[in-house]
Design a protein around this ligand. Structure first.
Ligand code: ZN
Length: 98
């Protein structure tokens, strides 16, 4: 989907957590093989994870500056994100929409 405002394309401003949640979901579901991994549950887990983790949207003009800050506290951030993705997996698998 293109996101055009006054002729300016904003589609490359996105939540940095999307890629991280994909990696964490893949890792955690490979470690927890008894959890349903149908499309419906995966979409629910992905959506809920992104709601639970504080979003990281940034204008491209600030990316370099922002990335420096992220790298300094990346480990801490990832530990916290992993806990929240695990929480999303538990919530969805405990109450699947099917
Ligand atoms: Zn399912």
């Amino acid at each position: 989907m293109s996101r055009i405002v006054l002729g300016v394309d904003l589609s490359d401003v996105y939540n940095f957590n999307e890629d991280l949640v994909v990696l964490l979901l893949d890792k955690l579901l490979k470690q927890n093989k008894d959890i349903c991994r149908c499309r419906s549950c995966l979409e629910d887990m992905y959506s809920l994870s992104l709601k639970l983790i504080e979003p990281r949207y940034h204008p491209n003009s600030l990316i370099e500056q922002v990335m420096k800050g992220y790298l300094e506290r990346q480990a801490e951030f990832e530990v916290n994100a992993e806990k929240l993705v695990m929480k999303a997996i538990k919530v969805v698998s405990g109450n699947p929409h099917h």
